[in-house]
Design a protein around this ligand. Structure first.
Ligand SMILES: [Zn+2]
Length: 654
């Protein structure tokens, strides 16, 4: 593929030999600087440089205080540097559990072992060019039984008794090189892209999951069809899914690297896989400008995770939007920051803004410019910015050019402000008009006002009409002509605006008692053994020692967790004058959990089991269902679950 390459000043060729048994890496780099520019090369401290040449002349590189190898700037004026290096990689640590891996920053050490080798760019496993993007070729040599890859096109591959050798080239500007290897079984397929070219698809799977390969390849083909027609031709020549012995999840150009455990989860093919495939357009081909904010996670979440919900049903899509608002409402003071400040996911709160609020921005933008203009703008953005560093203003410009609208206020308020609009219907009056009725609706919001197109649903005896109110001030009245006599007006019933939820608008989910540091716990069991199981469950749910209060105490206004056996729970609910178990969980399964709003407005989560063994069985699975309002288990198996419906802001009309 030939693209114009403005950053084509550096060509980087590597030959690397890795032995995962001894963990020894030996490499040779040839770096060609086609333009003179100040440069530094950095190599990890565990490596030694065995030979270095500049334009064929030997030289001695220096190390700095951190014992990284630094190639001094002045030496780089000539055009070609050759470096030979070798060293020992860190052992692969397979004991990390899912939680540890997800909660740590992207692993930065180069690790190797017989079950897997992972050399992330950030580990300095090769002499890295510190400034500028490179085009590269990498030749990998591994012992027999091992196979490996880097992002890019597979140019050559050879397998003999003495080992495996493969050569890759990446002809687009790349930020760096990540290398993966393992005892992989390779399954190959292909798909014809919209321009008629063949795209190679591969799985590099550990033998224990190789039977999943065909299903994964079929799913990848589906995503290629969706995104090629939606955005434009896939910008690379291949795509691979690579399994990792640790429970990681990374995406890179032309491949995704997912933990064996992750790949075994049944929903990954329908969610994360599509997200990672789409990053080959947004992120790996149109590069975010990290200094001015990362738009790519929001756009990818909108066009992948969220789009799959839209394809499922309107309700599922609305539920996802509501969950974004609910998560945003649960942020602690100080955790919110403007979307423009988001660079990459470092903790849960950054995801709530950088992924969810950002995805909602694209949802609102589509409502604003219309679906056709929105999709044409995406194609335009792709055509203009492919293989270029791209900032939010480039997106704004693409959408403005194609929709012929001034989108400055829209982008400004959603990118640069923290918080969310707080909308209320403060007054509704109705009068009879010549051909029906006239409604006067007053909306208010906090200062400074957002500019919003606010959907309101007007309910009449015969049906419902939706109107869009163009709100620009902190208090504004709108006159609407309606057909029948209005009975009530509902604010944004479909959750189409990123906004603060009204109190009790979103009924509680289990997560509230899990994450809130003020949560208290009632343990109802009266035998020590069952009490101990309940305490363990409470600790697993809250990831801390539970604050336990006596069962006869009043219910506090803070989030509250109640755990007990069925008869104990029923007796407690009745003693506290709370509603008995809801229809959704009544008489179902061996254990149930559900939420309700307590007498003083706090969220209650109740966990009930038919016996001690059934309670013990949910210790492991229950913490994974924080997004649900109720859940039913049979043994360890979740058999039913759901979220209580939204309680919309409804104002009755006289
Ligand atoms: Zn992503």
């Amino acid at each position: 593929m030939a693209y114009s390459l403005p950053d084509s000043a550096i060509d980087y060729d590597i030959e690397v030999r890795i032995n995962p048994t001894t963990r020894v890496l030996e490499g040779r780099s040839v770096i060609t600087f086609n333009r003179t520019r100040e440069q530094t090369l950095i190599l990890g401290a565990q490596f030694e440089v065995t030979q270095a040449r500049i334009n064929g002349q030997p030289f001695d590189p220096e190390t700095d205080q951190s014992h990284m190898w630094q190639i001094p700037v002045a030496m780089l004026r000539p055009h070609q540097i050759e470096i030979h290096w070798r060293g020992e990689l860190h052992p692969l640590d397979e004991t990390l559990d899912h939680e540890q891996t997800l909660n740590r920053p992207i692993a930065v050490s180069a690790v190797s072992g017989e079950t897997g080798t992972y050399l992330p760019n950030a580990s300095y496993w090769y002499p890295r060019v510190m400034h500028g993007l490179v085009h590269y070729t990498v030749q990998i040599e591994l012992p027999s039984g091992q196979r490996g890859l880097v992002a890019g096109r597979l140019v050559e591959e050879e397998e003999t008794d003495s080992g495996y050798r493969a050569r890759f080239e990446f002809t687009h500007p790349a930020e760096g090189i990540d290398l993966m290897a393992g005892p992989y079984e390779i399954t190959t397929d292909s798909v014809t892209g919209i321009k008629g070219e063949l795209i190679q698809l591969r799985t590099y799977f550990h033998p224990e999951i190789s039977q999943l390969a065909d299903d994964y390849l079929e799913s990848v083909k589906r995503y290629f069809k969706l995104y090629e027609s939606w955005i434009g031709a896939y910008p690379f020549t291949e795509f691979s899914i690579v399994s990792s012995p640790t429970p990681t999840g990374f995406g890179m150009p032309t491949l995704t690297y997912l933990g064996i455990n992750v790949l075994q989860l049944p929903f990954i093919r329908d969610t994360s896989l599509g997200h990672e495939v789409l990053h080959n357009w947004w992120g790996n081909a149109v590069y975010p400008d990290y200094q001015s904010g990362n738009w790519s996670e929001g756009l990818t979440t909108f066009m992948a995770d969220y789009t799959y919900k839209e394809l499922e049903s309107d309700d599922a899509a609305r539920e996802m939007r509501l969950s974004w608002l609910r998560d945003f409402a649960a942020l602690e003071p100080g955790q919110d920051s403007p979307l423009a400040a988001f660079t990459s996911r470092t903790h849960g709160a950054s995801k709530i803004v950088g992924y969810n609020k950002s995805a909602m921005l694209f949802f609102m933008l589509r409502d604003l410019v219309g679906e056709e203009m929105f999709n044409r703008s995406l194609k335009g953005l792709w055509a203009m910015q492919r293989f270029k560093v791209t900032a939010w203003p480039h997106l704004q410009k693409a959408f403005e050019m194609i929709s012929a609208q001034n989108l400055q206020p829209f982008f400004d308020q959603w990118l640069n402000r923290t918080g969310a609009p707080n909308l209320t219907i403060t007054d509704v009056r109705q009068e009879q008009a010549d051909t029906g009725y006239r409604l006067n609706i007053t909306l208010t919001q906090d200062e400074p006002p957002y500019q919003l197109r606010v959907p309101v649903a007007v309910q009449t005896a015969t049906g419902e009409e939706t109107h869009i109110l163009d709100l620009k001030q902190s208090g504004q009245s709108f006159a609407l002509d309606i057909n029948g006599k209005a009975q009530s007006v509902v604010l944004d019933p479909d959750v189409r605006l990123f906004r603060q939820l009204a109190p009790d608008e979103a009924p509680p989910i289990l997560r509230e008692v899990m994450v809130n540091p003020t949560t208290v716990t009632f343990l109802l069991p009266d035998t020590d053994a069952t009490q101990q199981i309940a305490a363990t469950l409470a600790e697993k749910l809250q990831r801390r020692a539970p604050r336990i209060i006596a069962a006869n105490q009043p219910i506090p206004a803070t989030p509250t967790l109640i755990i007990g056996l069925q008869h104990e729970v029923d007796a407690w609910l009745s003693a506290k004058n709370l509603p008995s178990r809801p229809e959704a969980v009544n008489d179902k399964g061996s254990a149930q959990a559900w939420t309700l709003t307590g007498p003083d407005g706090g969220s209650l989560a109740i966990v009930s089991a038919q016996d001690a063994a059934s309670l013990e069985a949910i210790i492991r699975p229950l913490p994974h269902y924080g997004r649900q309002s109720y859940i039913v288990f049979n043994g360890r198996q979740a058999v039913d679950r759901g979220v209580w419906p939204i309680k919309v802001q409804r104002v009755a009309v006289e």
